[in-house]
Design a protein around this ligand. Structure first.
Ligand code: PBG
Length: 335
């Protein structure tokens, strides 16, 4: 045999990848159903409604939501994040309905906690499902989103959520000082066990489009997507994101979230290295929709891309992953 160029090559990493048993032994990041949170949409009544831009995602009435959560628990998903879609005629410019003790999301929370107390119930805190303009806060006279009056409302929403049985409130609004204000208000209301998952580094992302369909927060005749850049972060800014993360930690957050997840893996990694708090990452509606769309065209393998996209988020440093794929992942990991 002629002398090969690599005859003296002693270090051959491919040895470790030769067959499945060896590959499993050296697997570094392992996805578990218990890492995942399933976001769910609740609506007032009637049969479950598909969300057009999010295949296999539905808006559920409260009875159907209970059934779905039972199935999730059976599949090994122990946590859900709840989002309401309320009728348009309940929306107004200040989001009054958010402070109604009988509002949809609070009724859903009470029903869930009564039937499935072991489920970790996370509830989003923001005004966008309740405002007719679709912003996450109330507007000042000049049309800007008013920070301090929005925070007052969020803190009151947090107490109502805690009383309805929500385990973790998740402010997703990006107002300044809201984590500290919510913590203070919860403690004063004797709701000390309610945790805060802060959407700390939430970017002004174009990937939220399908979600806004799901909660009906933009009227369909509006051609322009709503502009949230006065409160959400610029996609270009990493240091500013880290500053938001450390502020939320100092204000008393129990989890810090980065959102979206896939396009911001560098931020997840940096966050992981700069705090001891659990890091959550939200694989958002647009990340979900794009995989489904490509798979529908036969261009991508949905399950393979789904698992790859989510293991990447965990590998980057996320401990908790919110993803519309949660149930599907749990079902696939099972076999
Ligand atoms: C709003 C909120 C949004 C999402 C979660 N909470 C949308 C927004 O900020 O406009 C997006 C989630 C997703 O796209 O899956 N408070």
């Amino acid at each position: 045999m002629s002398k090969g160029l690599l005859d003296n090559l002693r270090i051959r990493p491919r040895r470790m990848r030769r067959f499945e048993g060896l590959r499993a032994l050296t697997e570094e990041t392992v996805l578990r159903p218990a890492d995942l949170v399933q976001p769910l949409f609740v609506k007032e009544e009637g049969a479950k409604e598909p969300v057009e831009s999010m295949p296999a995602v539905y808006r559920f009435s409260i009875p159907d939501l209970l059934e779905e959560c039972r199935e999730l628990l059976d599949a090994g998903i122990r946590a859900i994040a709840l989002f309401p879609k309320i009728p348009n005629d309940l929306k107004d410019s200040t989001g009054t309905e958010a402070l109604n003790e009988e509002t949809l999301v609070l009724r859903a929370a009470r029903a869930l906690k009564e039937v499935l107390p072991e489920l970790v119930l996370i509830s989003d805190l923001a005004l966008d499902p309740y405002t007719d303009h679709g912003h996450d806060g109330v507007l000042a006279d000049d049309g800007s989103v008013s920070n301090d009056s929005t925070v007052e409302i969020l803190a009151r929403m947090a107490v109502l959520a805690a009383r309805a049985g929500v385990d973790v409130v998740a402010p997703s609004d990006m107002m300044d000082g809201r984590v500290g204000a919510i913590r203070q208000q919860l403690d004063e209301a004797d709701e000390r066990e309610t945790a805060i998952m802060a959407y700390s580094a939430k970017f002004a992302s174009a990937y939220y489009g399908p979600f806004r369909d799901a909660v009906g927060s933009v009227r369909s005749e509006e051609a322009q997507p709503i502009d949230k850049r006065t409160y959400q972060l610029a996609p270009s800014n990493c240091r500013e994101a880290l500053r938001e993360l450390s502020l939320d930690e100092s204000e008393g957050a129990d989890f810090l979230m980065i959102k979206p997840a896939g396009p911001y893996l560098d931020i997840i990694r940096k966050a992981r290295e700069s705090t001891h708090l659990p890091i959550a990452a939200y694989q958002v509606s647009g990340e979900y929709a794009q995989l489904h769309a490509a798979a529908e065209k036969g261009w991508l393998d949905l399950d393979a891309c789904m698992l790859e996209s989510i293991v990447a988020i965990k590998r980057a440093g996320a401990d908790v992953i919110l993803t519309y794929f949660a149930k599907r992942v749990a079902e696939r990991l099972d076999d």
